[in-house]
Design a protein. Structure first.
Length: 214
């Protein structure tokens, strides 16, 4: 399976990032670098930030060279960074940071992720993970919601559906198992990241991004 790499660069404002993306796209198409990269690089503009995602370090380094050339031509003072996705930590890290190889290194990176999720959740009051529970009947949903609240778990009920927040993935999975043991048959429980879910109440939001395919 291909690795995930990216080039990230921040400029002064969103309009400039959009123009930079168009200039990078044109420069790639103007020479044989386009043919070498093919569809292996995807650009994304999010506000003043430009991202180029690649499936290998070679493709990311090539994209980084193109971005630096365009920045120099436009006399823009910005420093691109090449990052690699760490699936255990669930985060982009500098390309120089090695991937965890041993079981202990994997466990340590996992612990750092759990601690970071919990810290962020507690600081903002927004759940890092969410559980969506579908009960087989309204009566079952009301009963389970009452038991969860009595146990100190904030819960939102909508008809036969319950939504709960958790500080990190481990807490979410543990809560899901607890609910599963006490719920009636045919109860469906979904656990997923919910960085934009507010636990008082739950509010969903999304960040917009514009994508350019090379």
């Amino acid at each position: 399976m291909a690795d995930d790499w990216r080039v990230a660069v921040t400029v002064s404002h969103a309009a400039r990032a959009g123009r930079l993306a168009q200039a990078v796209r044109k420069r790639l198409a103007a020479d044989d670098r386009y043919h070498r990269l093919g569809y292996r690089v995807v650009m994304s503009v999010d506000g003043p930030r430009l991202f180029l995602y690649a499936d290998s370090e070679d493709a990311a380094r090539e994209a980084d060279r193109v971005v630096r050339e365009v920045l120099a031509l436009r006399q823009l003072n910005a420093a691109p960074a090449v990052d690699r996705w760490h699936p255990v930590a669930q985060d982009w890290q500098d390309a120089g940071v090695p991937m965890p190889q041993s079981d202990d290194a994997v466990a340590a990176e996992r612990r750092r992720l759990m601690e970071a999720e919990a810290k962020q959740s507690r600081a903002t009051g927004r759940a890092a993970w969410q559980l969506r529970v579908q009960l087989p009947s309204l009566r079952a949903a009301v009963d389970l919601a009452g038991r969860l609240r009595a146990g100190g778990h904030p819960v939102v009920r909508r008809w036969k559906y319950l939504i709960l927040g958790a500080d990190n993935e481990e807490e979410a999975c543990a809560l899901a198992e607890m609910i599963r043991q006490g719920a009636p048959a045919n109860t469906s429980i979904q656990v997923s990241p919910a960085a934009h879910i507010d636990v008082r109440p739950f509010v969903v939001g999304e960040a917009a991004a514009v994508f350019f395919y090379l």
